[in-house]
Design a protein. Structure first.
Ligand SMILES: [Zn+2]
Length: 298
């Protein structure tokens, strides 16, 4: 920063650059810069490189060339393209990709195929959930057991008081503390190895780590379950909470529209009616049926 002139610092717009840069908007702006420069080239050829250079500088330092691009991209870019860029569970380009990455992926798939569990059976055997039949004995609802729930909430309270540290996540994510970076965002997000993992609230992060720890303590096989399936199971368990872990308010299912940098999309939520804490937030098209069944892998 210190090498930059005060002029550049003056025009820099931190709210649109750095970690806040919107990739689709940047891409659209670069395209606009190319088109405008080509048009200029037709009229005054020597001016074109200057226009192009100034445009790129503006995009670099201000985050955009044309004000209001987020609104434009929201309206005109296909949703699937925007979803690709979105700040969800994104992958970060590895600085030094392993040469045998492909082989590792094959081995990982093989491991996942061999060690995937039936989530409901696993959680029942662990004493974490039970089926509760309703009054006329027709339907069975899955509930967490009181014992599991109270162990989980004790641990979650402890995490809420102390804060989650890298040491709390190493075993859960099968990695070392140096590969864990807490991101500065308005929701909890942690970069673990080459991937950024987001949670809809601090409470959601706390109950995930707490459920992980309780399951690791009470079963022999929790860490044999493939990592991604374990995370799906933890996310599904979040939808089982009937009371808010923060304020004990009633948790209910709802639908909402979420605005990200340049698009809005529908999500299903499990959130506290009193304090608004969101335990689960999933794009509605990804949440078909019940979450525990979604956590089952072929
Ligand atoms: Zn609450």
């Amino acid at each position: 920063m210190s090498t930059e002139s005060s002029l550049l610092q003056g025009i820099r717009r931190p709210e649109y650059t750095g970690a806040n840069r919107c990739l689709p908007c940047t891409a659209v702006n670069v395209l606009i810069a190319i088109v405008v420069s080509l048009l200029v080239a037709v009229v005054v050829l020597p001016l074109a490189p200057v226009v192009f250079g100034v445009s790129l500088l503006s995009i670099y330092y201000r985050g955009y060339l044309v004000p209001g691009t987020p609104e434009l991209t929201k309206r005109y870019l296909p949703d699937r393209l925007l979803a690709y860029f979105d700040h969800g569970d994104e992958r970060v380009q590895a600085a030094d990709p392993a040469a045998n990455e492909e082989w590792e992926t094959l081995e990982k798939l093989e491991y996942e195929r061999e060690h995937a569990v039936d989530p409901e059976t696993f959680l029942r055997d662990a004493g974490a959930i039970r089926a509760e039949t309703d009054v006329d004995d027709t339907a069975a609802d899955l509930r967490t057991t009181d014992e599991f729930e109270s162990a989980l909430l004790d641990r979650a309270d402890q995490l809420a008081a102390d804060g989650v540290t890298a040491a709390d996540l190493t075993e859960m994510f099968e990695t070392g503390p140096d590969s864990i970076t807490f991101k500065d965002r308005d929701y909890p997000a942690v970069q673990i190895d080459s991937r950024v993992r987001p949670w809809p609230s601090d409470a959601a992060l706390h109950v995930d780590v707490a459920a992980n720890d309780v399951l690791a303590e009470r079963t022999d096989g929790w860490y044999d379950v493939p990592l991604e399936q374990r995370l799906d199971i933890l996310a599904a368990l979040r939808s089982f909470h009937e009371r808010c872990p923060v304020c004990d308010g009633v948790v209910s299912f709802d639908e909402a529209v979420v605005d990200s940098c340049c698009r809005s999309y529908e999500v299903v939520t499990f959130a506290c009616e009193d304090c608004g804490t969101r335990l689960v937030e999933l794009p509605s098209d990804a949440a078909q049926g019940d979450l525990l069944a979604d956590a089952e892998r072929a």
